[in-house]
Write a protein that binds this ligand. Structure first.
Ligand SMILES: NC(=O)C1=CN([C@@H]2O[C@H](COP(=O)(O)OP(=O)(O)OC[C@H]3O[C@@H](n4cnc5c(N)ncnc54)[C@H](O)[C@@H]3O)[C@@H](O)[C@H]2O)C=CC1
Ligand SMILES: O=C([O-])CC(=O)C(=O)O
Length: 346
């Protein structure tokens, strides 16, 4: 959700005569009907993400699913006077209804880290959660774009792909690991150091979503700034450790939720724009890829009416980034293989 969109939503909710008449004169075809499902909607990420999706005028139907606490969240969000109709789904037997007809399914279901844990430590619990949710997606909305937030993303995306393959519905253009928070952080930290307007900043982040597998390409950052090698290395490390910084600050009360909800809303908005035929929608995401020898890799992707339209190349890397790329491959490879083995062995 970009600032302009939020402004337009807020303008709409004031309902002033001037606003509605200018809306009439400028609006052509109404935005198509789009259903978005959030799985894990009552959680730390799920709640603010559901709020942001309720503010998104591209959404006509919002399905909120969780195994606990859904009715309250759904009732609360449903009172907001924006376009989408909100329904809550509270138990596993309602998951099918929640998913049916979905264009985009966002998955922030599962446990978050506590201090001292790695994202991979979440595998044990989250792998099973993601697997069963993806089995339901394969059954009830096999054509939906899936935005995977649940960690470890480096393994949960391959798990989803294996489930979809087993069910005969895998379309690599429709499965995304959400790495937008890495981009959000890289932009914020770069703007602070380079002393440029954060709204103007662009920084691609490639690789995966854990520790050194997160590789921000500050050599490609715009607007250009004259940062020293030490400054670039410190920015890289801070981006890689951004999740841990929040986990430690929350001191046992979970990981990033608000910034993740923001990032998840931006990525889902980009998916919806792509589905609606808006041209040149480009975001970084962890997708099936041939950009490196690894089967999944995060890089810039162009989004379109069927999901991934094009996986874009990495562009020129600095020597430091080339080293980072080689260094991340073994860990990313083993996380991907762990996800695949989890489904194949089960
Ligand atoms: N991709 C990324 O950049 C980020 C990913 N995350 C990950 O997102 C996940 C969620 O984090 P939080 O919202 O903070 O956790 P949370 O514990 O606050 O919320 C998780 C929600 O998932 C629900 N849930 C559990 N099993 C479920 C199932 N089978 N079906 C539906 N819902 C289920 C829980 O009831 C809970 O409401 C974690 O795995 C975390 O590591 C967090 C931040 C950033
Ligand atoms: O660090 C965590 O566990 C949550 C996460 O993925 C992030 O904030 O990037």
């Amino acid at each position: 959700m970009k600032a302009a969109m939020l402004r337009s939503v807020l303008r709409r909710s004031t309902g002033s005569a001037a606003a509605s008449s200018s809306r009439r004169s400028f609006s052509s075809a109404p935005a198509p009907e789009r259903k978005v499902a959030v799985l894990g909607a009552a959680g730390g990420i799920g709640q603010p993400l559901s709020l942001l999706m309720k503010l998104n005028p591209l959404v006509s139907s919002l399905a909120l699913y969780d195994i606990a606490g859904t009715p309250g969240v759904a009732a609360d969000v449903s009172h907001i006077n924006t376009r989408s109709e909100v329904k809550g789904y509270a138990a596993e037997e309602q998951l099918g209804q929640a998913l049916e007809g979905s264009d985009v399914v966002i998955i922030p279901a599962g446990v978050p880290r506590k201090p001292g844990m790695t994202r991979d430590d979440l595998f044990k619990i989250n792998a099973g959660i993601v697997k069963s949710l993806c089995e339901a997606i394969a059954k009830y909305c096999p054509n939906a774009l899936v935005n995977m937030i649940s960690n470890p993303v480096n393994s949960t995306v391959p798990i989803a792909a294996e489930v979809f393959k087993n069910k005969g519905v895998y379309d690599e253009r429709k499965l995304f690991g959400v790495t937008t928070l890495d981009v959000v952080r890289a932009k914020t930290f770069y703007a602070g150091k380079a002393k440029v307007n954060v709204a103007d900043v662009n920084v691609p982040v490639i690789g995966g979503h854990a520790g050194i597998t997160i590789l921000p390409l500050f050599s490609q950052a715009t607007p250009k700034a004259n940062l020293s090698d030490e400054e670039i290395q410190a920015l890289t490390k801070r981006t890689q450790d951004g999740g841990t910084e929040v986990v430690e600050a929350k001191a046992g009360k979970g990981s990033a939720t608000l910034s993740m909800a923001y990032a998840g809303a931006i990525f889902a908005d980009a998916c919806l724009k792509g589905l609606n035929g808006v041209p040149d929608v480009v975001e970084c995401s962890f997708v099936q890829s041939t950009v490196t020898e690894l089967p999944f890799f995060a890089s810039k992707v162009r989004l379109g009416k069927n999901g991934v339209e094009e996986v874009l190349g990495l562009g020129p890397l600095s020597d430091y980034e080339k080293q980072g790329l080689e260094a991340l491959k073994p860990e990313l490879k083993s996380s991907i293989e762990k996800g695949i083995a989890f489904v194949r062995g089960n």
